[in-house]
Ligand binder design. Structure first.
Ligand SMILES: [Zn+2]
Ligand SMILES: [Zn+2]
Length: 244
C-alpha cells in the first residue's frame, strides 16, 4: 500500500529539478537534473583547511593560504558545498528572496549529505545557524540559515540551537563593502543569550553564503569569547575572489 501511495504521489507531484524545472526521472537524492548538476562547481581538495578556499589546481596537498597565515582567524575550519555562481547562485536567490522554502529544505539536504574534504559534521557538538536581526526576520518571514541547519542537524543527529546567538545590531547591507569595511560594519553585531549553552561546545555555524567570512568570523569571535571550545563553519556556497 505504501509503495502504491508513493508511486501515485510521484505521478501526481513529480520531483522537479530545482534549477530548470525538468521532471527528475528516478528518485534522485540530488535536487538537480544531471545537466544542472554538472553546472555546479563543487569545492574539492586541494584547499586551505582553515578558510576552505580551493586552489586552482587538480591535485596537490591541502595547505594554509596566505590570508589565513597572516591574520588571526576565529573559525578553525570552514567548508562550502560549491562556488557561488550560476545554478547554485540562482537557487539560493530563489530560496532566500523568492521565499521558496521547499527549495531551501532540498538545498539543506544536499548540503547535509555531501562529503567535505577533511571535514566531518559529526565532529561538532552543536549547530548554530547565523541569526538574522529580528527586523530582517520579520521582513523575510524566515531565516534561510535555520532552514539549512535544520536539515543538517536532522541528518547527522547533531543538536541545533537557533536562540543561543542573537543579532543585536541591524547592520547595513554588506553588499558593495570591502573586506575591511565589512569587518568593522559587523563588529559587535551579535550577542549570546545563554553562555551555559555555548560553554565547552564544538560549534558548527551554518549560513547560506560565505563571502569574505567577516559575518561568520564575528559570530565565531562572539562564541569563543562566551566559552565555546572551537568554531567551524559550513555554507552552501562560497564566493571565490582574488586574494586581497
Ligand atoms: Zn535541471
Ligand atoms: Zn585560508
Amino acid at each position: 500500500m505504501t509503495a502504491v501511495l508513493t508511486a501515485l504521489t510521484e505521478l501526481l507531484f513529480p520531483t522537479l529539478c530545482l534549477s530548470c524545472g525538468e521532471v527528475l526521472s528516478e528518485r534522485r537524492e540530488h535536487p538537480f537534473c544531471p545537466d544542472c548538476h554538472a553546472g555546479i562547481r563543487f569545492i574539492t581538495a586541494p584547499l586551505c583547511p582553515v578558510c576552505g578556499i580551493p586552489y586552482p589546481v587538480e591535485e596537490g596537498p591541502d595547505h594554509v593560504c596566505g590570508d589565513c597565515l597572516l591574520k588571526k582567524t576565529h573559525i578553525g575550519s570552514a567548508r562550502s558545498l560549491g562556488v557561488h555562481e550560476s545554478v547554485l547562485l540562482d537557487a539560493i536567490h530563489a530560496f532566500k528572496y523568492g521565499g521558496n522554502l521547499t527549495l531551501g529544505e532540498r538545498l539543506g539536504r544536499l548540503m547535509a549529505q555531501h562529503d567535505y574534504p577533511a571535514f566531518r559534521i559529526q565532529d561538532y557538538s552543536l549547530i548554530i545557524p547565523v541569526p538574522l536581526h529580528p527586523r530582517k526576520l520579520r521582513q523575510r518571514g524566515f531565516n534561510q540559515s535555520v532552514v539549512l541547519a535544520r536539515e543538517i542537524s536532522r541528518r547527522h543527529g547533531v543538536a541545533m540551537d537557533f536562540r543561543a546567538l542573537r543579532r543585536i545590531v541591524d547592520t547595513a547591507s554588506q553588499t558593495g563593502l570591502k573586506k575591511k569595511e565589512r569587518r568593522s560594519n559587523i563588529r559587535k553585531a551579535f550577542s549570546i543569550t545563554g553562555p551555559e549553552r555555548i560553554r565547552g561546545q564544538n560549534i558548527l555555524l551554518v549560513d547560506d553564503v560565505y563571502t569574505t567570512g567577516s559575518t561568520l568570523g564575528e559570530c565565531a569571535r562572539t562564541l569563543l569569547k562566551a566559552g565555546a571550545e572551537a568554531v567551524g563553519a559550513l555554507t552552501l556556497a562560497r564566493a571565490i575572489q582574488e586574494p586581497s
